[in-house]
Every structure is written in structure tokens, then in C-alpha cells.
Design a protein around this ligand. Structure first.
Ligand SMILES: Cc1cc2nc3c(=O)[nH]c(=O)nc-3n(C[C@H](O)[C@H](O)[C@H](O)COP(=O)(O)OP(=O)(O)OC[C@H]3O[C@@H](n4cnc5c(N)ncnc54)[C@H](O)[C@@H]3O)c2cc1C
Length: 394
């Protein structure tokens, strides 16, 4: 195949501009016109996992200390992004992680906070109620309070990353879907639905829940895209103040049966109320769609029951419910690596429902990998090799 157009040649092409792709473009070398990002959606519309106004950032990670180096770097970079874009992207609410004393959430958060010297306090149920009166919890519950946890203004952060990248010389193309990537003697070919063929020295694939089915089938046995609903609940009329970002932290709450709720106060006018969802329940394995799919009534009833017990001052029924996607890996961690099949192709599947907070650090790592620079944080914990002995999916 002859490839004629010189302006279709890039050093690096990033496919998929959700938060991971946007962060990669932002962390790529400045003043280079040879970097391109491409996304099937429009700039402000995303059907994948990064949609919506807010996400939780926290470091007392109950899932373990291996995430701490990336979390520390991500924290620095979120602050850098906020400063350089001169826009509020971080809402400093603090975070409370509640459960029974020996729950995975409480015990795990304390462990990581102690081992990693993350500032935290251990609170009784009474102390939680005194500090955050919106919570109705029993005396037997415990909470780990992390004062440095915060809410990220998610869609604004993604826009700021893209704006800064384009200002620094990168090209961003929206509304065209990549249909194939192939090695070629000139580099990596990137073919699109609109008939474009681009050539790059390296390609980074960050296509969220679509990654394994379409562009990286080598990951198919390791990833499971799941449809998951998220909800917004309105405070009852006299209780708005209790749920404002000044009085209500980002939270995780582990119930007796092990199900985990997460939530954040509304941090911008476009959000209709307090955002709450189940982290490990109501998940349906599903091929990701490009259209919206309504949330099932039984899921709405299920979450309404849970929320009304913990937050009696929220309206029982959610005011809004939408379906999004978690891309789950077998161990609920991340996959960041180079392709085992295609040369000069790198990828990141950083979801399992908790990847957003890491995005600036992951973007930095991917850009370093593609430009053959040393990564600031070691990524060996997140490579595919850890699954070498596993052959079947889930
Ligand atoms: C409801 C919900 C709540 C969450 N809460 C938190 C939280 O509080 N804290 C946290 O840290 N994480 C959270 N997460 C996880 C986090 O949002 C995800 O880890 C993160 O958004 C994944 O981003 P991504 O860029 O990898 O994927 P996506 O956002 O899905 O982006 C993929 C992009 O690729 C594009 N694309 C796909 N295929 C193609 C193609 N062939 N060609 C071109 N473009 C393509 C899509 O249009 C899309 O824009 C949450 C996730 C959900 C769903």
C-alpha cells in the first residue's frame, strides 16, 4: 500500500480521548505538531466511562499500597492542571470511608493510610454523625476520614487537558472512529471509518470499554465491559445545606453484605443532586453501546432502599439515573502495557470502576512509553504479564 500524504504522518497517535487519552495528549511533549488524538465522539460528548461532572480522588486506598506512587503523582498533576488552566477543578471536601471495623473498606483504608503515611483520622459512628449530620449510621460503624480527599470536576478537567494539548501543538480529531491499526514498513497505520489513513511511529490505544472487542483483541480474555448505573438524589427541601460541598464529603460506605456505595456532593450547577452509585453491585456484562440505555426499575428500587436508610434527608427516589460502563479486569486493577502482537502500540485500560483519579499519572506514563522516555512511576504491577498463567476469562 502506498501512503502519500505527508501531513498524515505523526510521531504519536492517541486513539480514544476519554480522560486517559486526554491526559496522554496533555502530558505529551509541548510544541510538537506531530501528535494527534482521535475520538469517535464529539469533544463534549462521551459515551464511555469518563462522562459526567465529578469523580472522587482519595489516597487511603483500601485496595492496597501498590497504587500509592501513581496516586501521589496524580495528585501533583491534578493540582498542576488546576493552576495552569486557572479554573477550579478540585473541590476540597475531604473523604469519609465507612463500614464495620473489620470491613475490607475500613481495615484496608487504615492499612494503606498507615503504611503510606496518608493523613487520616479514625472516627466512631458518633463522631461521623457530629461532623457530617447527613449520615444516619449506627454507633458500631467506623469511619476513616481523609482530609486530603477531594472531588474532581471531571468533564472540565478533561476539557482543560484537551485545550492545553491543542494549544501546545497537538491535533485533536473528533467524530471519526478508528476501525483498524496495523504494522507497516512506514510505521503503524491507523484506518478510520471516514476513510482516513494515518501513519505514526507509535500508537496509544485508550478506547475504554471498546478496547478489547475492536482494536486490541489480545486483551479480550482479560477484560469484561459492564453496564453500571449511577444516580442523583435531591435533598429534601429543608436539608440542602447538609449536602452542600462545604458540609458533605466524598464517601464510600460498605454495607454488611459487602456491597459498596460511593457518593459525592453536587459540585456544579449542571448536577441535579448528590451523586450516588453502587461500586460492586448492579453490574451487567455488556457490549458497550453508543446510545443511552435506560436503567432498570428493579435497580432503581434497590438503590432507593439503600440510600433512604443511610441518608433520610434525601428524597427516596433518584431524580436522575443513567447507565455508564466499568471495564473490569480479572483482578479489578489496571492494564497498562505495550502490545504483545503489534510493534510500537501501547494501551491502557484503567478502569475497573476506579481509574479516573489516576488519569494524569497514567497519561504521563503512556506519553513517556511512546516517546521512549523513562516513566516517573514504575508500572510493572499493571502489566499483562501478571496474568500469564490465566487462560480463561472471569
Ligand atoms: C459511574 C462511574 C463512576 C466512577 N467514579 C469514579 C470515581 O469517583 N473515581 C475514579 O477514580 N474513577 C471513577 N470511575 C472510573 C473512571 O471514570 C474510568 O476509569 C475512566 O473514566 C476511564 O476512562 P478512559 O479514558 O479509559 O475510557 P472512556 O472514558 O470510556 O474513553 C474512551 C474513549 O474512546 C473513544 N473510542 C472508543 N472506541 C473508539 C474508536 N474505535 N475510535 C476512536 N475513538 C474511540 C470513546 O468515544 C471514548 O471517548 C467511575 C466510572 C463510572 C462509570
Amino acid at each position: 500500500m502506498r501512503i502519500k500524504k505527508v501531513n498524515n504522518h505523526y510521531d504519536v497517535i492517541v486513539i480514544g480521548l476519554g480522560i486517559m487519552g486526554a491526559a496522554t495528549l496533555w502530558r505529551s511533549p509541548k510544541n510538537s505538531s506531530k501528535i494527534m488524538g482521535i475520538d469517535a465522539s464529539s469533544p463534549t460528548y462521551s459515551r464511555g466511562s469518563s462522562q459526567g461532572a465529578s469523580r472522587i480522588f482519595r489516597q487511603a486506598y483500601w485496595k492496597g499500597c501498590k497504587y500509592l506512587p501513581l496516586l501521589r503523582q496524580a495528585n501533583l498533576l491534578w493540582n498542576e492542571l488546576e493552576q495552569t488552566s486557572q479554573m477550579q477543578l478540585i473541590v476540597r471536601t475531604g473523604g469519609i470511608f465507612i463500614g464495620h471495623e473489620h470491613s475490607r473498606l475500613v481495615a484496608g483504608s487504615i492499612n494503606t493510610a498507615m503504611e503510606g503515611s496518608v493523613d487520616h483520622k479514625i472516627w466512631t459512628g458518633l463522631k461521623i454523625k457530629n461532623n457530617f449530620p447527613a449520615f444516619n449510621i449506627s454507633e458500631q460503624m467506623k469511619g476513616v476520614f481523609e482530609p486530603g480527599a477531594y472531588a474532581i470536576s471531571a468533564s472540565n478537567a478533561r476539557s482543560c487537558m484537551l485545550n492545553q494539548a491543542v494549544k501546545s501543538g497537538a491535533t485533536a480529531v473528533f467524530g471519526d472512529c478508528v476501525t483498524a491499526i496495523e504494522n507497516h514498513k512506514r510505521g503503524v497505520l491507523v484506518k478510520t471509518r471516514r476513510g482516513q489513513i494515518y501513519v505514526a511511529k507509535s500508537v496509544i490505544v485508550t478506547t475504554g470499554p471498546w478496547i478489547a472487542k475492536y482494536l486490541m483483541p489480545e486483551l479480550n480474555h482479560l477484560l469484561d465491559p459492564r453496564q453500571v448505573p449511577v444516580y442523583w438524589f435531591k435533598p429534601k427541601n429543608s436539608s440542602k445545606q447538609l449536602f452542600s460541598a462545604d458540609h458533605f464529603p466524598v464517601f464510600l460506605y460498605e454495607r454488611q453484605d459487602g456491597s459498596l456505595l460511593y457518593g459525592l456532593p453536587s459540585i456544579c450547577n449542571s448536577e441535579p443532586g448528590v451523586k450516588i452509585g453502587f461500586h460492586n453491585r448492579q453490574q451487567t456484562s455488556e457490549n458497550p453501546q453508543w446510545k443511552s440505555v435506560p436503567v432498570q426499575d428493579n435497580y432503581i428500587n434497590d438503590i432507593s432502599e439503600a440510600v433512604s436508610l443511610i441518608f433520610p434527608e434525601l428524597e427516596k427516589k433518584p431524580i436522575c439515573a443513567i447507565n455508564c460502563y466499568y471495564t473490569m479486569s480479572i483482578d479489578e486493577s489496571f492494564l497498562i502495557d505495550r502490545s504483545q502482537i503489534m510493534e510500537s502500540v501501547y494501551f491502557a485500560s484503567v478502569c475497573s470502576g476506579h481509574g479516573f483519579k489516576f488519569a494524569p499519572a497514567i497519561g504521563d506514563a503512556l506519553a513517556n512509553m511512546a516517546f521512549e522516555r523513562q516513566c516517573a512511576v514504575p508500572l510493572s504491577e499493571f502489566g499483562v504479564q501478571r496474568f500469564n498463567s490465566i487462560s480463561c476469562k472471569f
